[in-house]
Structures are given as C-alpha cells and as structure tokens.
Design a protein around this ligand. Structure first.
Ligand SMILES: Nc1ncnc2c1ncn2[C@@H]1O[C@H](COP(=O)(O)OP(=O)(O)OP(=O)(O)O)[C@@H](O)[C@H]1O
Length: 242
C-alpha cells in the first residue's frame, strides 16, 4: 500500500528553485531517510508533505485519511515557561491518562508525565516529542533531524526506539538525518537530495558505493562524498539542470 506519492514536485521561493522535479513514493511500514547537504531542500520536502506549504509544480497525493505524526527538529518553546510533559502532550488534542502513559512508554520515557519540559535532557525531550506524535496514531511518522544535538549513544538509542515503534505500530517512517552511519543501517531506503533526487536505494546499494567507505572515520568530509557520487551533472538548480 502506498502512503503518499510525489509526482514531479517543484517548489520555488520567488525566483529560487528549491526543489525540482522530485518524484518518489513511500509504502506502508517503510523507513526512508533523506540525506543531503545544508540547504538542499530536505526540510522543505517534509513541509510539503505535511501540507504546511504547497508545491509550485507537480502533485503530492496521499492515501485517503493518512495520519501523519510530525517530530520537529526543535521545540519552539520558551525554556523558562513552566510546562509539564502531560500538559504539552494535551495541548493539541485531548488524550486519556492511560493513552498518554502508553505513548510515553512506547517512546521510551515511561512515567514522565509530571516532569518539567525545561528539566529534560535533549534525548528525553525528543522522546517526549515522539510520544506526542504517537498520540495521533499515525500511519506515517515524519522526523526532521530529530536527533540533532544528541550524543552518539543518544542517537543510536533514539533510532532503536524508532524501529521498535515501527514494529509495534507498522507505521511508515520518513526522516531527515545527518547521522549517516546510523540511519544507513536503520533505513530500508536512503534518498540523497540536492534540490532534486541525486540517487536513492537500499543502504546496501549506497554502502557498495566506494565513497561510502569514506563515511567511516572521516566525519562530514566522508558524508559529503556520498552526495557527490556518480554525479555527471550540475547542481546550480537552473532550468535545464538535471
Ligand atoms: N520560507 C522560505 N522563503 C525563502 N526561502 C526559503 C524558505 N524556506 C526555506 N528556504 C530556502 O530553501 C532552501 C532549502 O532549505 P531547507 O530548510 O529545506 O534545507 P535543508 O536541506 O533542510 O537544510 P539543513 O540541512 O541546513 O537543515 C534554503 O536555501 C533556504 O534558505
């Protein structure tokens, strides 16, 4: 079953083409990761999917009644504002205590209802945000760099939680991430975006690219090698560029 389809989607802000002819689809229960350099349009693609902006060209089709749970990059909340976890979780929709407790349990922060948001660690806050997304019983979880600022064990633990959520709920998961080495193993498919889809495939396919070896131990330099593999085209996003 297809959750959504992007058909030749393009997006321009004024004169700048941010996304050009992006076509892909996601099946139920798939984990797909979008990687790409800064400013390559990853967050914009997610914003198109959740409907907060409309495409300039092309079409986005979603399965009828598709429920999307969105985990943002950061929570835009004044850290000095007193706010408990269960208050945050009930801001958007009312949920029973039992349901909140269950969502917190599934997200790996059981019993956190009375904690102050300002007193949570980065990893705990991301799990609370995951619990918030789970409350809507999503068919598709969308995560925008949800592990930014977490340390290496925190990142790995968060992805393990995501995989457990998929097993439990069978929801599809679409995420943007810079944690390439971790998402490679956790994803069914990786899409490299740079204004357009440069390449995509299974992690094994990507791993077989010689540049992937450069990812290990070479930090961002290695990661960026992935984006440039097999490129025989330009990235100036002008009309006519592939
Ligand atoms: N509302 C907007 N108006 C004008 N330009 C925008 C707007 N939103 C995003 N952009 C531009 O679109 C481009 C893509 O931004 P986007 O946030 O999608 O990139 P990204 O791949 O998620 O980057 P990063 O890895 O840095 O988070 C950037 O050049 C950005 O400046």
């Amino acid at each position: 079953m297809t959750l959504f389809t992007f058909g030749s989607v393009g997006l321009s802000f004024g004169d700048s083409a941010i996304l050009k002819s992006v076509s892909f689809e996601m099946g139920a229960g798939e984990i797909v990761t979008i990687v790409g350099p800064n400013g390559s349009g990853k967050s914009t693609l997610l914003r198109l999917l959740i409907g907060s902006i409309a495409p300039s060209t092309g079409r986005i089709t979603c399965q009828a009644g598709l429920r999307i749970g969105y985990v943002p990059q950061k929570l835009a909340l004044d850290p000095t504002l007193p706010m408990t976890v269960d208050r945050l979780l009930s801001l958007r929709r009312r949920a029973s205590r039992a349901r909140v407790a269950q969502a917190l349990q599934e997200a790996g922060v059981p019993g956190f209802e009375r904690r102050q948001i300002s007193a949570l660690s980065g990893g705990q806050l991301q799990r609370v945000m995951l619990a918030r997304a789970l409350l809507g019983e999503p068919d598709l979880l969308v995560l925008d760099e949800a592990t930014q600022g977490l340390d290496q064990p925190g990142v790995a633990a968060f992805y393990r939680q995501i995989e457990a959520v998929r097993q439990e709920h069978g929801c599809g998961i679409l995420m943007v991430s810079h944690d390439l080495h971790v998402v490679m193993s956790a994803s069914d498919r990786v899409i490299c975006l740079n204004g357009h889809i440069c390449c995509q495939g299974t992690p094994q396919h990507v791993v077989s690219a010689p540049e992937y070896r450069a990812l290990f131990g070479e930090g961002t330099g290695g990661a960026l090698a992935l984006y440039s593999h097999h490129h025989d085209h330009r990235h100036d996003h002008k009309e006519g560029a592939q």
